[in-house]
Design a protein around this ligand. Structure first.
Ligand SMILES: NC(=O)c1ccc[n+]([C@@H]2O[C@H](COP(=O)([O-])OP(=O)(O)OC[C@H]3O[C@@H](n4cnc5c(N)ncnc54)[C@H](OP(=O)(O)O)[C@@H]3O)[C@@H](O)[C@H]2O)c1
Length: 241
């Protein structure tokens, strides 16, 4: 049976790979983001089952409008929108700019997931899935960005508890370094890339498809008893027990 999947931040990188994974399996996918061009690119890369809706996930009005445009039933919500907004801001030189830095990371990485999940909750099908993209940074520090991803993970626990009685699972995928996305802007050097590869146990650099396959699994029948969890996809760069 074809499902309806919503992927926030689906115009680029990991979000696009997730959208294309579900599309390839025959699902209908709605991708969101602020810039129309990358969204159109994802639609073009698909097989005709992907629709783009422009939406800033941190803006309550736009999220409400998104929810109103969606079909009555959404099977899977992937809260992927986000990133380290420090890369787009100057180093804070005042309390005001420090406050901006923290607020911006919170809005991009936490508020987008909270608002979208809340707005869509009534439409998410019983036994559906909410999947949020966290980060290894939640455990490694990384200032305002890491703190925001840690908050996302804590929020996921209450989401899993609230939606659990309907059979809906809520999990976080925490990627390590994933290449070929817009995440690092132009800041990734060959030296840093080598360091990140060497930090893995499998001497490998992560790819968007690694996260897309994990998301696909979490939305599958085989994952119905996995909820309230963080799945680390990082080549062992940071291990759990
Ligand atoms: N790449 C990595 O190494 C890595 C590692 C750990 C975690 N992650 C996480 O993985 C997720 C995807 O990142 P990526 O690596 O694929 O980077 P990316 O290519 O920069 O993708 C981020 C996407 O989020 C969208 N977005 C950002 N803010 C948004 C907002 N307010 N509303 C709607 N869409 C928004 C962006 O589109 P617009 O700008 O057009 O809105 C963009 O398509 C992020 O949550 C990131 O924190 C990435």
């Amino acid at each position: 049976m074809s499902r309806t999947i919503v992927v926030t931040g689906g115009g680029t990188g990991i979000g696009r790979a997730i959208a294309l994974r579900f599309d390839a399996a025959g699902d209908t996918v709605v991708v969101t983001g602020r810039r129309p061009e990358p969204l159109k690119e994802t639609v073009r890369a698909g097989t005709g089952r992907i629709e783009a809706v422009r939406c800033d996930g941190a803006d309550p009005t736009q999220v409400r409008e998104l929810a109103e445009r969606l079909p009555g039933r959404v099977d899977v919500l992937v809260n992927n929108a986000g990133g380290n907004t420090d890369f787009d801001l100057a180093e804070p030189d005042s309390l005001e700019s420090l406050a901006d830095q923290w607020r911006t990371n919170f809005e991009a990485n936490v508020l987008t997931a909270v608002l979208t999940t809340h707005a869509l909750a009534g439409r998410i099908a019983d036994h559906g899935s909410v999947i949020s993209v966290g980060s290894i940074a939640a455990d490694n520090g990384a200032g305002a960005y890491g703190a925001a991803k840690a908050a996302l993970t804590t929020w996921n626990l209450s989401t899993a508890a609230v939606l659990g009685p309907r059979g809906i699972t809520a999990n976080v995928i925490a990627p390590g370094y994933i290449a070929t996305t817009e995440f690092f802007r132009d800041r990734m050097t060959p030296q840093r890339r080598d360091q990140l590869r060497t930090a893995t146990l499998n001497d490998r650099i992560g790819q968007p498809a690694d996260i897309a396959e994990t998301a696909y699994f979490l939305a599958s029948d085989g994952a119905r008893h996995i909820t309230g969890q963080v799945l680390h996809v990082n080549g062992g760069a940071r291990t759990t027990r």
